[in-house]
Design a protein around this ligand. Structure first.
Ligand code: NAD
Ligand code: ZN
Length: 347
């Protein structure tokens, strides 16, 4: 079958032929409906080097944001019907530690000895006609469109988890949330904030069209520039934002969000672009927090699917045939996409 394979660090992936996989014990073979192209894939194949935190050793099929239809099941798997649509929870931990036992494989205590981090992250992913996944990682989609749903498993799950952790900061009236970076994750973050909180959402991106889409979703947009922090503070009446989410993660975006926080605010860095910042006693408002989050839990993914089915999350997608998958990644790197690129092998 055709597949997009990450073959070598700091090199673009290849579109090539690999053997069609077979499900092992406890696994399910899916016919891929959609595989989203995430900016983290760019870090995987373009930026990381052997041994760096986050690096996944090649070679493997890319695609950690997948949906598909059950094609067949491996030994011991019951309760699945051929043809039913599922979303894939990508992280794969040891399955039995404190974190995995609550469906939070992202923070598995045994990562040092796990053979891979997830589906499409060290183990073959969904940028192919078929993908094998552990049965435990499947979340049912029912009659919801599985192709448009593919981005939910990362571009929605990741902001959902970050926002859920910040809900105490946004509870009550008159709260403000800041979203920096309005790409795949950021656009969905605006939708999740709107659905889950009454906060006023302030959003920014370097791209006009990305800000326009966030504005259509009810956000107040603030362009980049030297007076950006002052403008954000002005919108909040001077107090600053109660929760900030950075879906870029370069030094300027981290520093902008840090400088925009309110007393007791929570700033979550989600983007993994490697930016840094300085902290001292006087650099941030009292009792404000800077933290990070990585992906989400299986339970979170069930919540995300429920929000999708309720019409609260609608990913903007651009469909690409498998033959055009490398073009999808090129456009992602060049900032030319206006929605999440979803590779659709059945196109
Ligand atoms: P994307 O390419 O779809 O979107 C990035 C957006 O940021 C684009 O709209 C771009 O115009 C904007 N941007 C770039 N530089 C900017 C700047 N200086 N100021 C304002 N906006 C800027 O990327 P994505 O797939 O949404 O991923 C976003 C980030 O989140 C990436 O770093 C990715 O690796 C990371 N990520 C993290 C996790 C996690 O679990 N922590 C999960 C998935 C993705
Ligand atoms: Zn574990």
């Amino acid at each position: 079958m055709r597949a997009v394979v990450f073959e070598q660090y700091q090199t673009s992936p290849s579109l090539t032929d690999v053997e069609k996989p077979a499900p092992g014990p406890g696994e399910v073979l899916l016919k891929v409906a959609g595989a989203g192209a995430c900016h983290s894939d760019v870090a995987v194949y373009r930026e990381f080097q052997e041994g760096q935190p986050g690096a996944q050793r090649p070679a493997f099929v890319l695609g950690h944001e997948n949906s598909g239809w059950v094609e067949s099941v491996g030994e011991g798997v019951t309760g699945f019907t051929v043809g039913d649509a599922y979303l894939v929870y990508g992280p794969v931990g040891c399955g039995h530690c404190r974190y995995c036992s609550k469906g939070q494989d992202t923070y598995c205590e045994n990562t040092a000895t796990n053979p891979y981090a997830g589906i499409g992250l060290g183990r073959d992913g969904g940028m192919a006609e078929y993908v094998v996944v552990p049965a435990r990682n499947l979340v049912p989609l029912g009659d919801a469109d599985p192709i448009a749903a593919a981005p939910l498993s990362d571009a929605a799950l990741t902001p959902y988890h970050a926002i859920k952790n910040a809900l105490p900061n946004l509870a009550g009236g008159g709260k403000y949330a800041l979203v920096v970076g309005l790409g795949g994750l950021g656009q969905i973050a605006v939708q999740i904030l709107t659905a889950l909180t009454g906060a006023t959402v302030i959003a920014t991106d370097t791209k006009e069209d990305a800000m326009a889409r966030a504005a259509e979703r009810g956000a107040i947009t603030v362009p980049s520039g030297p007076d950006q922090v002052a403008r954000i503070r002005e919108i909040t009446g001077g107090t600053g934002v109660d929760a900030a989410f950075d879906f870029v993660g370069v030094t300027p975006t981290i520093q902008t969000a840090q400088a925009s926080m309110a007393v007791g605010g929570r700033f979550t860095v989600v983007g993994i672009a490697g930016g840094t910042t300085e902290w001292n006693f006087f650099s941030t408002p009292y009792e404000s927090t800077i933290t990070n989050t990585y992906w989400g839990t299986i339970e979170d993914l069930h919540d995300v699917v429920a929000m999708y089915r309720a019409g609260q999350i609608e990913p903007d997608i651009e469909r690409f045939a498998l033959a055009d998958a490398l073009e999808a990644y090129r456009k992602l790197e060049a900032g030319e996409l206006s929605g999440r690129a979803v590779v659709v092998p059945t196109l």
